[in-house]
Write a protein that binds this ligand. Sequence first.
Ligand code: EPZ
Length: 420
Amino acid sequence: MDYLQLQNIDSLAGTIEISGAKNASLPLIAMTILAKKSVTITNLPQVADIRTLLKLLSNLGATVTFEGTKAVVDTSVLTQTKATYDIVKTMRASILVLGPILARFGHCEVSLPGGCAIGQRPIDLHLKALEQMGAHIEIKSGYIEATTPNGLQGCEIIFDKITVTGTANIVMAAVLAKGKTTLTNAAREPEVVQLCKILQKSGVRIDGIGTAILTIYGTDGKLLDIDSFDVIPDRIEAGTYLCAGAITQSEITLTHVEPKHLGSVLAKLEEMGNTFTLTENTITIHPAKEIKPVKLVTQEYPAFPTDMQAQFLALATQAHGVSIIEEKLFENRFMHVSELQRMGADITLNGHTATVNGKTALSGTDVMATDLRASSALVLAGLIAEGETNIHRIYHLDRGYVALEKKLEAVGAKIKRLKE
Ligand code: EPZ
C-alpha cells in the first residue's frame, strides 16, 4: 500500500488547477442509463470512485471508455440489472444506479451499500420515495430487489431529510416515470443542480432547479438524447487547497474553479482572517497574518459543507483562540481528531462538537487516514507539523483527490508518495 511522506515547509506559492467534481460525476455517470445512445462526459476527475462506477456500468453491459478526463458511455444494450456487492461495497454511491435502472427496466437489484467510516449512511429515504412512485421493494440477503410491475408513477414526495444522492436518485427515476413528480425538501448542492440542468437540456421539463422544490415531468419511458458535457469543478477539492494556503499562510491561486459554489467556505475563511481575489474561474487566497478562531456548523448547501469540516478542523489548530466545530450531518465524522491529537492538537470532543484550542505547534509522526476528507485534513496538518509526517492508508484519499501530492508538490510542498 502507498503512504504519503511530508516535511514541514515555510510556504507554498503558485497555482493549482482544480479537477472535475467527484460528487457531480457520479450521478452524471448513472444518468447515462437514461440515454438512448452513447454519452460523452469530459472534465471527469481521474479518481478511484469514478473508475468504480464506470466499471459497475460495464458489468451491467454498457460499453465504456475512459481516457484522460473523458468518458464515453453507451448503455443502449445493458444486459443485466444487478449491481453486485463486490462493487457496491467499495463505493456506496453505486446506489445511484437504482433509480435509473428501475425506471428504465422495471426491475433492479442493488446490493445494500452498508455503512461507511463516517456513519450508518442509510438509504431509507431513497427506497421510501421509490415505493411512493409504485415500486415494490424487498430486501433479500443483503440486496435491494425492486420491481415496478406497472412502471413508475410520478407523485408528490417530501423527503424527511435533505439527501444529496437521494435527490439525484429520485430525479433520475422521475425522468422516465409516467406523469409529474414533485420532490419537496430536495438537495440544492451544485452537483444536483448540474444533473437537473443536463436533464433539462436533454428535453426533460424540470421546474425549480436549485430550489428545495423540484418538479419533474416524466417522459413515460422515452429515453433521452444527451449531448456531451463538462463536469463542474470540484468545490471540495478547491476548498481543501484554500485551507492549504491558509494553514501555511501562503498566497496561492486556484484555476478552473467556480467561486460561486464556495460561498460559505470563503465566508468562513474570511472570518478566520483570510482575504480573496476572485475572477470568473480563479480564486487567489491572501492568507491571514494571524489566523482567527472560527465557529462553524455543518449543514446542507448553501450552508457550510460537511465535506470541508475535517479540513477546517486541522486549520483551526493553528488559529489563535478557541474554535467550535459542530458536525450535524454524520454521526461519526471526527475520526481525524484522534490522529490530529497524536500530532499535538488540543481538541476536545463532546458528542458532535469539537472544541479546538489554538494555536498549537504540531509535530510530525505516523498517522492513519480513516476516510476521504479526514485524509486531506492530515495532509494539511503535515504541511506545517514539525519534522516528518507519514500518512498511511491513503487509498481513502485516492477516492476523491486527483494527484494531490503532485498538485501540492508543484506549489512547493515537500510531499512524496512511497510504498509501505
Ligand atoms: C453525499 O452523500 C456526498 N456523496 C457526501 O460526500 C456528502 O458528505 C453528503 O452528500 C452530504 O453533503 C456524494 O455525493 C457521492 P446524504 P449522501 O444522503 O448523498 C441521512 C465525500 O466526502 N440520510 O445527503 O450519501 C444521512 O445519514 C462524500 O465526497 C438518511 O437518513 O449523503 C446523513 O445524515 C462523503 N436516509 C444525511 O441524510 C437516506 O435515505 C445526509 O446524507 C439518505 C440520507
